[in-house]
Design a protein around this ligand. Structure first.
Ligand code: NDP
Length: 348
């Protein structure tokens, strides 16, 4: 951690009580920094802002999270006629801003939680905080095929809402058997001539209602149990199909397609926190059951980065609320009194 060189103390027009002069500039100590802009981060920001903590939310360049690539959300309470994912997350952001949340649309590049105040770096900028909430979410998993990487953006896609319209009239493959794959497949029928779901098992991980939606759609067919061995390109280096292997009879064949949508789950965005916080065996930040406390006191986690079980918008938002309340209570009862903090920093 960069040792703050000089404590300047309180000024009436600064949001927080202490200012630290580090090697480069004067840095305020925030009450609370929230890392990540999705339903969890914005809900945490809303609660913290309403508790007068004036949170700083560092949203990341991918602000909006997975909702940005979602279509219609039918299962968020309060929207009997459904709501579009991007609209929902934009509203969450505005609501938190209304109560005083400040935003930075940049990526956090490093954190140092080894001592307090905590340090959150965004490139050359350094931000200090008494407490931190992590809500960095999760990102799309890839098949790990060299041909997939080579053809990403050339017919291999991970987001039907973002890229679906570019595949008008084409025959498409959707890989995966979870809710996301089936939802993407149904959504893609708005553009595609035909959608083939390729899944490695006979059983679906997706909820029965999603399976029913997909099965009832006459543009959708299924290939099970199949895996993708290679994604194939034509002369113009765009996708023309995929080599599939049947896992029961171990035979391969080429399935023609004008695009391949990979929807096989997500990985928690934990890169910043490996070796910093305790993670579980799947790489999700470990939090205390029923609470958001991580292995470092004063650091809390919310949303998909700490939840591989529920991963719903509403549970993500709910966990953002939990994290804000936990942080608020922790700040009230554990944060160093200002004079002690100043003295500690001045002597560090
Ligand atoms: P899931 O983990 O639920 O499903 C991933 C799917 O991809 C599984 O069928 C899995 O197969 C398959 N898969 C994983 N790796 C590979 C691989 N290397 N090759 C081939 N197939 C692979 O992820 P989702 O993104 O679908 O969903 C995540 C969470 O979000 C879930 O809890 C889901 O319910 C929720 N969700 C809810 C929605 C809604 O309610 N509207 C919409 C979208 C998601 P296998 O089954 O064999 O493991």
């Amino acid at each position: 951690m960069t040792t703050p060189a000089h404590v300047l103390g309180c000024t009436p027009d600064t949001p927080n009580s202490l200012l630290i002069r580090n090697a480069r500039r004067i840095v305020p100590i925030e009450n609370l920094i929230i890392i990540g802009g999705g339903p969890a981060g914005y809900t945490a920001a809303l609660y913290a802002a309403r508790a007068n903590l004036r949170p700083l939310c560092i949203e990341g360049y991918g602000a909006g999270g997975q909702l940005l690539i979602s279509g219609t959300v039918e299962n968020f309470p309060g929207f009997p006629d459904s709501v579009m994912g991007p609209d929902l997350v934009a509203s969450c952001r505005l609501q938190a801003e209304r109560f005083g949340t400040r935003y930075l649309m940049t990526d956090v590049t490093e954190v140092d939680f080894s001592s307090r105040p905590f340090v959150v770096r965004t490139g050359r900028e350094e931000h200090l905080a008494k407490a931190v909430i992590i809500a960095t979410g999760a990102s799309a998993r890839t098949l790990g095929l060299p041909s997939e990487e080579a053809l990403a953006g050339r017919g291999v896609a991970y987001c039907s809402v973002c890229e679906g319209p570019m595949f008008q009239g084409r025959r498409l493959l959707v890989i995966g058997g979870g809710d996301a794959a089936l939802e993407e497949a149904v959504g893609l029928t708005n553009y595609a001539s035909e959608v083939v779901i390729v899944h490695r098992r006979q059983e679906f991980r997706a909820s029965p209602i999603m399976v029913q939606y997909a099965q009832a759609n006459e543009k959708i067919s299924f290939l099970q149990p199949y895996v993708v061995e290679e994604i194939l390109a034509g002369d113009d280096n765009t996708v023309v199909g995929a080599k599939l292997r049947n896992l029961e009879i171990e035979a391969t064949h080429v399935e023609p397609a004008g695009g391949v949508f990979v929807a096989i789950g997500h990985d928690p965005a934990n890169n910043l926190f490996r070796g910093v916080l305790e993670l579980d065996e799947l790489g999700y930040i470990r939090t205390e059951p029923g609470a958001s406390r991580t292995s470092v006191e004063g650091v809390f986690a919310a949303g998909d980065v700490q939840d591989h079980t529920y991963r719903q918008v509403v549970t993500s938002a709910g966990s953002g609320c939990v994290a804000a309340l936990d942080a608020q209570r922790w700040l009230a009862s554990h944060a160093m009194p200002e004079a002690a903090a100043a003295a500690a920093l001045a002597h560090s």
